[in-house]
Design a protein around this ligand. Sequence first.
Ligand code: 13P
Length: 224
Amino acid sequence: NWKLHPSSEAEAIKLARASDAKNVVICPPFPYLPTVRKTLRHAALGAQDVFWEEQGPYTGEVSPAILKNFGARYAIIGHSERRAWLHETDSMISEKVRTALMAGLRVVLCVGESKEVRRKGLAAAQRFIAAQLKQDLKYLNSKSYALSSKLVVAYEPIWAIGTGRPDKPEEAAAMARFIKKLLTARYALPAPKVLYGGSVTSANARRIFSQGEIDGALVGGASL
Ligand code: 13P
């Protein structure tokens, strides 16, 4: 997730080349999608957001169909930065998840608790995440299995994003286990995938993922 970086196309090409590997998804700002698509040989392409309607009077928005036409296979939805700065609500996010999945995009749904919630302990954080998932996935049910198999949940505790202080490996793993159980129980997902995001770097990744429960990383700063 490059977020709002870089500021030139030449830098985007350089970055894309540097991370072009299998099992990597690169999510650049929208205007770079065509360029990054042309540059990549191994990695997949994703977008950082997507709108919940396919077309209409929605100034500034981008639909799942447009993203797919430009080669994106994934869309990040519900990132905490969008929740905070753009006031995206769980209701908006649930619409985005529904439209994107129905259009055949793979969805990386971001959830995460604030520092205030986490201070009350892991159990409080888990209750928060369970409530967030319930709202964000309200259109998913156990019958929409085909759709939900395209869903990846990224656990991104807000307090760990961009701070250089990732979650403790055991607690991130406990949260991943909790989310997987919940997805299986609620939506009958046999093998849900959970990513961890928040200050992951090449120096700490091995330690963070040492518990074996987390399926991958959602990387911000270190992807630059
Ligand atoms: P950082 O890796 O910069 O902490 O960002 C994580 C993130 O928000 C990825 O979506």
